[in-house]
Design a protein around this ligand. Structure first.
Ligand code: ATP
Ligand code: MG
Length: 583
């Protein structure tokens, strides 16, 4: 069927929406693909829905090709299964919870591990039934703290989620590998530039996990890769290599120094090197910076104050800290917290006051036994030099909180790290038995003994992908869709008012349509300028201009991406274009 712009439910906008920051958001709204309904809630208009369906189709085809079977769960789910795994509470504020008329608790599914595990338990009982991979393409709900960038981070969004069920670890590794390969095919078909990086497993639980990140400067995720090896990881998942512990023998005693006017690391280092006469050169890396935060476990009312110790040449990376402390909520200390805890001397906090007052103290993995530090002496204008870990203070554990920087040694020991940004488009997890243990999902083995099933969980952000493709495929004029997802194959612009031009364009459109080309026909009574601008904005890969040239027997074919134009005889147009859109 030919899509006619004269009747298409579409209004393009000249101006960027006021709330949009990233190009995909601006363009998808301006080109009339989506409209905002609520924070993180968008409706799909005809062209947008087509792109969404095209992406779904690619995802579905690759899932089916690997042998996964599609099912569909409700989004409205009872509390009990999520209570059983602890996620009713652990998911924290991101979970939409509601009650029915009888007062029973429900939630809107943020992800469906519980339901899939229960369903497999209900249907399957013998080892002969396994393995099995099930999936759905379904709407998910998460009350995101920061809905952002239109459909990039929604509170209602479409996800393909699949789950594998295997008898043993080898089987799980195989199912994981199948997903990895399928995801590679999906993202290649969508024409995306992406990387596969090591990831943390977050609220999901489990072990091995990787993320697929679309490369984009506007991305919320930062990843690093090694200059020399295949190492690549989300910075949240980078594990700092700990140096070996050192001997405490012969290390100088800790000494407290009066260090007036040194509230920052830079002023402190300068003071140490110029005013103390210690005869050594200090750098920021010799100092130990103590950052105070408070954390609250899901479902708890009380906050716990926590000290985080990192080498003074590094900042605390909020996202790394949050990932390390998940599922706890993390906040900075407020003035009232300092007032309530006078032992915290701002700017001069040291490990001693924390430990004397029962505050948990977690440190960067570089702070091993035998390392000596300059840090706060818990007294205004005073620092302590040569405070030795394992001798003068004993941390309560380590934490991955310090920023990862370009130029850092790669954790695998090969090369150094370079950093870039990306948008998470897929995530694959080897979950293991967290959920099958919770629901006792067993298969009866050949020896009649039960075998606990092991599970994997795998997600693709289907609606997010619409924005991600737009993020990678646009220019200053508008969207530039790759063929695999474009809302039409060909945008026919009727450039002229003559009856004959309209008739010629209609005839071409009908022939192309009959040949299976998805035609978007601009048959509006608008100026050519308006039509061209809309064609550029909407971003169909090929534009056919039918205008004055028709009288001489030629039409113009324009490639949206390169801007190249070519005049071709109208008699060859159908053959030429059919070939072009199938290539
Ligand atoms: P993020 O770190 O971006 O919040 P996540 O780790 O919470 O993602 P998963 O739970 O692994 O994401 O979900 C699988 C996929 O669903 C993600 O890879 C992402 O593409 C997509 N996704 C997650 N949250 C959203 C959201 N709020 N809006 C749109 N897509 C999302
Ligand atoms: Mg999330």
């Amino acid at each position: 069927m030919i899509t006619r712009m004269s009747s298409l439910f579409l209004r393009t906008l000249r101006e960027d929406p006021a709330d949009a920051e990233v190009p995909s958001h601006k363009l998808l709204v301006r080109a009339g693909y989506v409209r905002r309904v609520a924070p993180g809630g968008y409706s799909w208009l005809p062209l947008g829905l087509r792109v969404l369906r095209n992406i779904e189709r690619v995802v579905r085809e690759e899932m089916e090709a690997m042998g996964a079977q599609e099912i569909q769960f409700p989004a409205l789910l009872p509390r009990e299964p999520y209570e059983k795994t602890g996620r009713w509470t652990e998911y924290g504020d991101a979970l939409f919870r509601l009650k029915d008329r009888k007062g029973a608790d429900y939630l809107l599914g943020p992800t469906h591990e519980e339901l899939f595990a229960l369903t497999v338990k209900g249907e399957y009982s013998s080892y002969k039934d396994y393995p099995v991979i099930l999936y759905q393409i379904q709407t998910k709900y998460r009350d995101e703290a920061r809905p952002r960038a239109g459909i990039l981070r929604g509170r209602e969004f479409v996800m393909k989620d699949s789950y594998s069920f295997d008898l043993d670890d080898d089987g799980l590794a195989r199912s994981y590998g199948l997903h990895r390969d399928a995801y590679i095919k999906i993202f290649e078909r969508l024409g995306l530039e992406y990387v596969i990086v090591a990831a943390t497993s977050g609220a999901m639980g489990g072990s091995a996990s990787e993320e697929f990140l679309a490369i984009a400067e506007t991305g919320e995720d930062t990843y690093v890769r090694s200059t020399e090896s295949g190492f690549a990881a989300n910075v949240e998942a980078v594990v700092t290599p700990a140096p070996p512990a050192r001997s405490l023998d012969g290390l100088p005693e800790a000494q407290v120094h009066h260090t007036p006017g040194t509230p920052t690391i830079a002023t402190l280092v300068d003071y140490l090197n110029t005013k103390t006469g210690l005869g050594r050169t200090f750098t920021a890396a010799d100092t130990l910076k103590n950052v105070m935060v408070k954390i609250r476990q899901p479902g708890e009312k009380e906050w716990e104050i926590l000290g985080i110790g990192v080498p003074g040449d590094r900042e605390v990376d909020q996202k790394r800290l949050e990932a390390s402390l998940e599922p706890a909520e993390v906040a900075l200390l407020e003035e009232a917290d300092f007032t309530a805890n006078p032992f915290l001397v701002k700017g001069y906090i040291g490990p001693k006051a924390l430990q004397d007052n029962g505050v948990r103290y977690l440190v960067d993995p570089r702070i091993v036994t035998g390392t000596a530090w300059v840090t706060g002496a818990d007294k205004a204008d005073h620092h302590v030099v040569d405070l030795v870990a394992g001798r003068d203070f004993t941390p309560d554990g380590t934490v991955e909180a310090a920023e990862v920087r370009e130029g850092d040694a790669s954790p695998d020991g090969h090369g150094t790290l370079v950093a870039a940004r990306g948008i998470e488009i897929g995530h694959i997890f080897q979950l293991g038995r967290k959920y099958t243990d919770a629901f006792e999902v067993d298969a009866l083995g050949a020896d009649s003994k039960p075998i606990r099933i092991t599970m994997g969980s795998y997600g693709v952000g289907v609606s997010r992908l619409v924005a991600v493709v737009a993020e990678q495929y646009h220019d200053e004029l508008g969207l530039v869709w790759p063929r695999s997802v474009a809302p039409a194959d060909l945008h026919v612009v009727i450039a002229g008012k003559d009856e004959s031009v309209f008739a010629g364009a209609e005839k071409l459109a009908a022939e192309l349509d009959a040949a299976g080309v998805r035609v978007l026909l601009d048959d509006r009574k608008a100026t050519p300028g308006v039509k061209f601008a809309d064609a550029e904005l909407i971003g169909v890969p090929t534009i056919l201009v039918v205008g004055r040239g028709l009288a001489k027997g030629v039409v113009e074919v324009k490639d949206r991406a390169s801007g190249e134009r070519q005049e071709i005889p109208v008699d060859d147009a159908v053959t030429h274009l059919v070939k072009l859109v199938r290539s």
